[in-house]
Design a protein around this ligand. Structure first.
Ligand code: AHR
Length: 656
């Protein structure tokens, strides 16, 4: 499936590789290749496939920031995803008088009407509310409203759920009962009552505790009922399950655990197209994403749905803190997807100032204006920040204004923060960026070819950040073929990590429910209850967790096409990480020689990800079809034979 919104392309062009045309070989070049193969000297044709590794001659350092994450609100990544809020459309926002995800509840003979009230809300930015007018109700037959969550509300036995809502009433003293009820059986998993609402907007907090015998299911809804005639206005109705690290209004534990397993070194946020917005007004305007919820208006994301901005600037930073990642802060640079742009010059100054303020919010001491605001928002300690990215994919700005826009941001940032590294999203001539962010969306065929893309790239220009990349095969998550191609591509990234200092797959997340995705494939899939890693996810876990500090030269001989290698070493730990991708249908025997080491430990570990066919995959119902298998090996010495199974990604960890 092609993306419904945003840009649709395969590899994004870059001047460093003008000769590359992608696609398959022409008939003529295929014939030439075949003749060449057939006329090889017999001695060469007979050579056994081998990998020779110069262990004691590392070529360069592996970038310490190599593998990280890229994130944006797409495919319900936050609302209905990582951000653990269980109530959908918690802020009542409809300008059309319609309600989304809210429905009336009338038990027995009770009567109720629900509507959007555009005339009252808990704050200036949330000026609407959900009006619940109960005409008739009793304790035994109450009436009210229900919310169906993000494709269901997950309920687990023995859990404590933390909730809140804003409300006012025309009948002071009226109570509200909140319960979690099973869609099919009507069984109440947990309930509590908030007493004595007043005529003024006020926030109420509650907890719901599920018993040990409630079914583990996402077929539930949240109900708020009133036991007598009254009108109650609600807004910001919220319910959170236990969150990662018990953060207030934090993230889903299962998804954070999956990310932690990837050992990410950085988080590039907030996107992607999500940073740009479809229009300038719909950009990620960070100032509107901080502070209490009643000060966050939310906004329309470029991916066709509303963003609550519960995942705001501070939440992104806390996510970094939780997983020990450094933030790669992307700042809005005056260009939006529908081609609205601000020319460099005085008109751009407010945007430059906003970026400087944002950097101060992230890094400033509490004696600065925005550092103090961060402290007020609950985080007095500044966050570390080394990289700031100016915009996103500005090669798509047909006005050519990025050259000037980038320079204006660059100079202002360098003047205020000389130590910050400034990333451009496309090459510019006005000033030399510290780093350039290049994006690669490829077919498997292209990714296999691109595995050598950086091998001969110039080292004299800016460093490269591959801020978005993916092999686009599989739906909704990549299949094994994509994972093999990803792994091949990553061998090239690792071999060249002196140049490619950071890389992050995109998109990271997809809610697999029908209608939730705008882009496929995506690395990690989930529904309200559970999640799984695609084969490509496991490739990244394997690559990031088994990575040395030095790039070691290695030469692969007579292995044939679609076999790839990358070798790194960690001299301090005497470890060698040999990565072999066998993307063919045949077992691949290799003679591996470790040059420069007298002896090795006989105890080695082989980690293999493989499947019977390239189409094999994982899914929400079959989450562990393709997962890495760990095997202990005994090696005879620094020269040994090993056969790598068909369709496999392998990491061989050797101690020397
Ligand atoms: O990853 C999906 C989209 O692809 C990103 O939002 C954008 O940067 C790119 O075009």
């Amino acid at each position: 499936m092609e993306a419904t919104f945003g840009k649709s392309f395969s590899i994004l062009s870059h001047p460093a590789w003008p000769d590359y045309h992608g696609g398959v070989m022409s008939k003529r070049s295929l014939t030439v290749a075949l003749i060449a193969a057939l006329t090889l000297p017999v001695s060469l044709m007979a050579q056994a496939p081998s990998l020779t590794i110069q262990v004691n001659h590392p070529r360069a350092k592996v970038s310490p920031t190599l593998y990280g994450l890229m994130t944006e609100e797409i495919n319900h990544s936050y609302d209905g995803g990582l951000y653990a809020e269980l109530v959908s459309d918690r802020a009542i926002r409809s300008g059309f008088g319609a309600l989304f995800h809210w429905d009336m509840v009338a038990r027995g003979n009770s009567e109720v009407n629900i509507s959007v009230d555009n005339a009252t809300g808990p704050s200036a930015v949330l000026s609407r509310s959900l009006k619940v007018s109960v005409k008739a109700a009793t304790e035994a037959a109450p009436a009210g409203v229900e919310n169906d969550g993000w494709w269901g509300i997950p309920v687990k036995p023995g859990n404590i759920y933390t909730g809140s809502f804003w409300a006012k009433t025309d009948s002071p003293g009226v109570p509200v009962t909140i319960s979690l009820e099973n869609d099919h059986t009507g069984q109440v998993a947990a309930a509590t009552t908030v007493t004595a609402l007043t005529s003024q907007w006020k926030e109420y907090r509650y907890k719901l505790t599920t018993g040990n015998n409630v079914p583990f299911s996402s077929n539930n809804h949240l109900i708020l009922t009133i036991p007598r005639p009254a009108t109650v206005w609600f807004d910001l109705v919220s319910l959170f399950p236990p969150t990662y690290d018990a953060q207030v209004h934090g993230n889903r534990i299962d998804l954070m655990d999956m990310l932690a397993a990837m050992h990410p070194k950085f988080l590039r946020f907030p996107g992607g197209n999500y940073l740009e917005g479809r229009t300038i007004a719909q950009r990620f305007n960070w100032e509107k994403t901080i502070g209490p919820w009643i000060e966050r208006p939310g906004h329309e994301s470029p991916w066709g749905y509303w963003s609550s901005d519960g995942m705001g600037l501070l939440e992104f930073l806390e996510w970094c803190q939780d997983l020990h990642m450094q933030p790669i802060l992307a700042v809005y640079a005056g260009y939006s997807l529908d081609r609205q742009h601000i020319n460099p010059g005085p008109g751009l100054e407010p945007y430059v100032k906003s970026a400087l303020d944002e950097i101060q919010y992230v890094t400033g001491s509490t004696s600065t204006k925005w550092g103090a605001m961060r402290a007020k928002d609950g985080h007095p300690a500044p966050f570390p920040l080394h990289y700031v990215e100016i915009g996103n994919e500005d090669q798509f700005d047909p006005s050519g204004s990025y050259n000037g826009r980038f320079a204006q941001f660059y100079h202002a940032i360098k003047q205020a923060y000389p130590d910050l590294q400034v990333i451009a999203t496309t090459p510019v001539t006005s000033v030399t960026p510290d780093v350039i962010d290049e994006h690669f969306y490829m077919s498997a065929e292209e990714a296999f070819k691109m595995a050598h893309h950086f091998d001969h790239a110039s080292r004299s220009g800016p460093k490269i950040f591959v801020g978005e990349w993916a092999t686009r095969e599989g739906d909704p998550t990549p299949n094994l073929q994509a994972a093999l191609a990803d792994a091949a591509w990553l061998t090239g990234i690792e071999r060249n990590s002196d140049l490619v200092i950071m890389a992050s797959y995109a998109p990271l997340f997809v809610n697999v429910n029908p209608g939730a995705a705008q882009w496929v494939p995506d690395l990690i899939g989930y529904n309200a209850l559970t999640c799984y890693g695609s084969p490509s996810y496991w490739v990244q876990v394997m690559f990031a967790r088994h990575l040395g500090t030095e790039i070691v030269p290695a030469s692969l001989a007579s292995a044939g096409p679609r076999v790839f290698e990358s070798v790194t070493s960690d001299p301090a730990r005497h470890k060698l990480f040999i990565k072999i991708v066998n993307a063919t249908s045949l077992p691949k025997p290799l003679t591996i020689t470790l040059d420069g080491v007298a002896k090795i430990s006989p105890h080695a570990t082989l980690i293999t990800l493989s499947g019977k066919t390239p189409n094999a995959t994982n899914s929400i119902t079959h989450p562990r079809t393709i997962v890495p298998v760990y095997r202990a090996l005994t090696l005879a010495g620094p020269k040994f034979e090993r056969t790598f199974v068909p369709y496999s990604v392998n990491v061989l960890e050797v101690t020397y």
